[in-house]
Design a protein around this ligand. Sequence first.
Ligand code: SAH
Length: 242
Amino acid sequence: MNRFFTDNIQNDQAILGEEDAYHLKNVLRARIGEEFEICDGVAHEYVAELISLDKKSAVLNILSEITVEREPHHRYCICQCIPKGKKTDDVVRHCTELGMSDYFPVISERVNVKNIDEYDKTDRLQRVADEAAKQSKRIKIPTINKPIKFSQLVTTAPQNAIKIIAWEEEHEISLRKALSAVNNDYEVYILVGPEGGLSAEEVALAKENGWISVTLGKRILRTETAPLTLLSAVSYQLEDLE
Ligand code: SAH
């Protein structure tokens, strides 16, 4: 069943805007009476029946609420030092499928992106997250945050969150060991360096603020591989993937 997101839900009716109305009319060739999944992007999803459709909008009557537990029990915040090119699109897409709730593009010492002060791909990445949430039947759409400086992120992340920084120079602490000491903290922050890696000073600052540096093994993963590895492994450990 095709799925649409809208926060315009009132009196048991969902109203979709022009873009979705176009998709319904011209792509899906939707008919009055046809049923669709409607999701509010935060916590609820419904089955709804199309009752009116024109160029500007579509109106659907909500028939029932779907109560499938699709969201993880933890908030996974992926913090990635901004990689070159369009690698971020794939990281946002796949981490959305894997249950990410927030994405933070981080500006660290070795980020190698031109005009970093003007860097802001928030709108485009939010569209990537919206699409991936729809495709993977997420209820919550991940939030793409504005770029944040490394020192600001590591010093302001919540004290009681699980905060993991993947460091290629870490040889002692494994992810398994880092997670074994964890009780049921709700928020998990995962921080990954750029292609050039993380400096010892950056990792030291993170550790002073409660981050645990972990190794991901003897191989060096690419900056776009490491977040997926971490999110898959952490959610395997903390969620019941069933
Ligand atoms: N320039 C570095 C690689 C950086 S990879 C080098 O060639 O050694 C990009 C990021 O992925 C790293 O900063 C780290 O956050 C993560 N990463 C990759 N492989 C890792 C590993 N084996 N252990 C821990 N973190 C790793």
